[in-house]
Design a protein around this ligand. Structure first.
Ligand code: PGA
Length: 260
């Protein structure tokens, strides 16, 4: 695992955007796995800036989003379809047919989930998956005790997640109870994974994911099994890591790192 500790949300976001840009510069038709939530907003802002000011090209990019609330139509302001369009897609030159987001309104969830899995494979698999992390250690909507081999399916949201996400809805009872989400097993098949986390509220989950045991109680801990994972954190999110000095030493001494 590569652990990068940054000094601010902006620096975290820019570092992640640089990773995306490096991939697109070497593979213009890369397949990106994308996340919603407040964490990746800065990354998306930076990608939009790079597109507008530096010509970062998304014309061949294919995307797969991690999850969607069940029951919210695409036009609902809290749906992840709406979020992605507002915060990224409508500002860049990605063809609409290259965008995949799980459907929250399909009449056949089982068939849809299978189609989503098949479609990822048909597109050659995900090159780079962006992840946030929940306060309970979830990745996508893989709540505690989700199988670490799980695939795209319907999940009941944990009370903690409903509480955390209530801030986006008028009333807590408006938060959907179910989501359709890629599984942990689906996520682990991405060639590279970047998990972003900022703020104190994520520090316990980040420490459990990086330094705790691999356990379905913290589904982000499954990333320890993946050979190409990068955690990009701000200092608050990193504050409960026991080996923080070690991670910073490694970063400072990476081959090619500037020598001070
Ligand atoms: P957040 O959500 O980015 O809004 O904190 C992260 C998550 O629950 O995965």
């Amino acid at each position: 695992m590569e652990i990068v500790i940054t000094e601010s949300y902006e620096e975290m976001s820019k570092r992640a955007a640089q990773e995306v840009a490096n991939l697109l510069n070497t593979k213009p038709n890369a397949v990106l796995g994308l996340a919603t939530g407040s964490t990746p907003l800065g990354l998306y802002r930076e990608l939009i800036r790079m597109h507008k000011e530096e010509g970062l090209d998304f014309s061949q990019v294919i995307t797969f989003n991690l999850d969607e609330y069940v029951g919210l139509p695409k036009e609902h302001p809290q749906s992840y379809h709406y979020f992605m369009n507002e915060n990224l897609f409508k500002h860049i030159n990605i063809p609409p047919q290259n965008i995949h987001i799980p459907s929250g309104t399909t009449s056949n969830y089982k068939a849809f989930c299978q189609w989503y899995e098949d479609r990822i494979r048909q597109c050659g698999g995900i090159d780079l998956q962006i992840l946030g992390i929940g306060a309970d250690g979830h990745i996508a909507f893989n709540e505690p005790t989700s199988s670490l081999g799980s695939r795209t399916r319907i999940k009941t949201l944990a009370q903690q997640t409903i509480k955390d996400n209530a801030r986006f809805f008028d009333r807590p009872e408006d938060v959907p109870r179910y989501a359709i989400t890629m599984g942990v097993g689906t996520i682990l098949e991405a060639r590279k994974i970047i998990l972003l986390a900022n703020g104190k509220g994520k520090s316990d989950a980040v420490a459990a994911a990086i330094e705790g045991p691999v356990t379905s109680m913290c589904t982000a801990s499954a990333l320890q099994l993946h050979p190409n994972v990068m955690f990009i954190l701000d200092r608050e999110a990193a504050s409960k890591l026991k080996m923080i000095e070690y991670y910073e030493w490694i970063q400072a001494n990476l081959p090619g790192a500037p020598k001070s």
